[in-house]
Design a protein. Structure first.
Length: 201
């Protein structure tokens, strides 16, 4: 008798076997609290809200991880004025990245994060070194968060980016990923890499 079909297109016992056979993918340094995932598909920050936006609709166990909606140390209100501009190819949206602040996000969602079948990466809005340092202090010890993704401003200069990244790494034991803005991506990444290499010598 063949296995009954599943909603995601996999069949019974084969679905579980396929997941177990997936090779581990190490996204960060293997020698210090590595972030290990089992899929090459990871949604961008906020696609799944804080982790349960599509509960019951999408099997998140097929993803590498959940990256939360952007979170700031202090609460942020929605953007004022025009937030949506229609374009020929779609639309341009500016939300202002509203959120209730880091402490409230942890309080409201940490229990749910611990029940998810994949790692949770918290997307932290990185604008000030002091805010990054204080945020990392709050996140230290929150076991339901596997890593932090530091989101940098679009117009950031590489020296400011380097300073924010160093602050995050120095004050957090878990892995830190960085979302580099699309503008000047290669230049910023190259300069940060060079600075990091000089620091280790």
């Amino acid at each position: 008798m063949s296995d009954s079909p599943k909603p995601n297109g996999e069949t019974g016992t084969n679905a579980g076997a396929d997941k177990r056979l997936r090779p581990d993918i190490v996204l960060t340094r293997a020698d210090k609290n590595p972030l290990v995932v089992k899929s090459q598909v990871m949604p961008a920050a906020g696609t799944f809200g804080y982790g349960d936006a599509y509960k019951g609709l999408i099997d998140v166990s097929n993803l590498a991880a959940i990256v939360t909606a952007p979170v700031s140390l202090e609460p942020r209100a929605p953007a004022s004025g025009t937030r949506v501009i229609p374009l020929d190819g779609g639309l341009l949206m500016h939300t202002g990245l509203p959120n209730p602040g880091l402490s409230q996000v942890i309080k409201q969602h940490s229990s749910m994060w611990s029940l998810l079948p994949v790692p949770v990466i918290l997307h932290l809005i990185g604008t000030k070194t002091d805010h990054v340092r204080r945020s990392m202090a709050q996140l230290e010890g929150v076991d339901s968060i596997a890593a932090v993704e530091l989101g940098l401003e679009d117009e950031i200069q590489w020296r400011d980016a380097e300073r924010l990244i160093k602050t995050a790494v120095d004050h957090y034991e878990q892995p830190v990923l960085v979302r580099i803005p699309l503008q000047d991506t290669f230049d910023i990444a190259e300069e940060i890499g060079r600075a990091s290499c000089r620091e280790r010598v």
